[in-house]
Ligand binder design. Structure first.
Ligand SMILES: O=c1ccn([C@@H]2O[C@H](COP(=O)(O)O)[C@@H](O)[C@H]2O)c(=O)[nH]1
Length: 229
């Protein structure tokens, strides 16, 4: 994979024109573009189809009973996203249902299970009743998700080396919580720089605001692609 191929740019906006403009600027430096809740709730399938030329990671983080999640996966299959997220905390049956619904075609979406959101630190996790540390909980949910058939995991860069050692090279690790040196963490709690995340073993890094908040999104994406080259 080329260095730029490891970069996923999150196009977090409700404005379809803005998303297309960012997509044009960053596409030469990115392997995939990510459309999430904000964009999809505002623009739906038509908005998705308006972002062309680069594979799309559809980050809907589905989390419901197995039957409902399976229906959600089937509903977006015609859009042919390259990656699709579900929450690992939905449990093994939900993950299996999502994976089954994705089908067996060579171009089916990769089903990625979100372990512990990168915005959560130990205190926030405890506040929702999880006594384990973020790393312990990521490992628990990561194992469960992979055993249930998930193709990969979404985790923070701080857990990448641990997951690689525990789960091996085959599991795909997609890693948000990326902050270039000197950039604001914002609501992200478990972060690392692009180069450190890739050195730890990330297959893909996900970067949003450090790129889309820059005066020149294309230049910001190019700089990150160069950093991980
Ligand atoms: O645990 C998670 C799961 C998903 N995300 C998504 O990644 C991007 C990160 O954006 P930044 O602006 O670089 O913080 C965003 O779309 C999140 O929904 C995550 O951050 N953490």
């Amino acid at each position: 994979m080329t260095a730029g191929g490891r970069l996923i740019v999150a196009l977090d906006t409700v404005d379809a024109d803005q998303a297309r403009s960012w997509a044009d600027a960053v596409a030469p430096h990115a392997g995939l573009l990510k459309l999430g809740l904000e964009f999809f709730l505002a623009n739906g399938a038509a908005g998705f189809r308006g972002i062309t030329g680069v594979p799309i990671f559809l980050d809907l983080k589905l989390h419901d009973i197995p039957n409902t999640v399976a229906g959600g996966v089937r509903a977006v299959l015609p859009l042919r996203p390259r990656m699709l997220t579900i929450h690992a905390a939905g449990g093994a049956a939900m993950i299996q249902a999502a994976r089954q619904a994705a089908g067996a075609n060579a171009d089916r979406p990769m089903i990625l299970a979100v372990t512990v959101l990168t915005s959560l630190d130990a205190a926030a996790l405890q506040a929702v009743g999880v006594a384990a540390s973020p790393a312990e909980q990521v490992l628990r949910l990561g194992r469960l998700a992979v055993e249930a058939g998930a193709d990969g995991l979404v985790c923070s860069p701080q857990e990448v080396a641990m997951l690689r050692q525990a789960l091996g090279a085959a599991v795909k690790l997609v890693v948000p919580g990326i902050r270039p040196a000197g950039s604001a963490a914002g609501d992200q709690a478990r972060t690392m720089t692009p180069s450190n995340a890739v050195a730890a073993g990330a297959d893909w890094i996900v970067v949003g605001r450090p790129i889309t908040g820059a005066a020149d999104a294309g230049a910001a994406a190019a700089a990150i692609a160069a950093e991980i080259a």
